[in-house]
Write a protein that binds this ligand. Structure first.
Ligand SMILES: [Zn+2]
Length: 135
């Protein structure tokens, strides 16, 4: 049998930029995505001491909502036996936000509702919906 390997938890962070729309920090713990924080493309990912800021929310409601949806997406895509599939599926889902401000809602057909674009993306089809239009 193969030697028993003692694994320590390793955190690593990937920074994802989607054009002039948003950027995200994807925090990996070993092979698994632990957490994601989404901010506007012009917001700072770094704190005053030069460290990657993994906690401060975006000042914009739209990116706070996308961050919340990303947390839900991580729960949805969970497949403990296939972490590589999870990372790929999640990244594909996240990349669909490149059109955050260009995709009308697939239910009501509008761009803005209460001042916000459709911030939800269907996990399977990646279609855009307002938070309140997705039910
Ligand atoms: Zn809608």
């Amino acid at each position: 049998s193969p030697p028993y390997i003692v694994c320590s938890f390793v955190f690593s962070c990937a920074q994802v930029s989607l054009g002039k729309v948003l950027k995200a920090v994807v925090v990996m713990r070993s092979l698994f995505i632990d957490r994601t924080i989404v901010r506007g493309f012009n917001e700072n990912h770094y704190s005053a001491d030069g460290k990657l800021d993994l906690w401060t929310k975006s000042q914009y409601q739209v990116f706070q909502k996308v961050t919340d949806h990303a947390t839900t997406a991580l729960l949805h895509y969970q497949l403990p036996q296939m972490p590589d599939v999870v990372v790929r599926s999640f990244m594909t889902w996240l990349r669909s936000y490149i059109k955050l401000f260009q995709s009308p809602c697939q239910r009501c057909g509008r761009f803005l509702q209460d001042g916000l674009p459709p911030t939800w993306r269907d996990f399977r089809t990646l279609e855009a919906f307002h938070d309140t239009c997705r039910m």
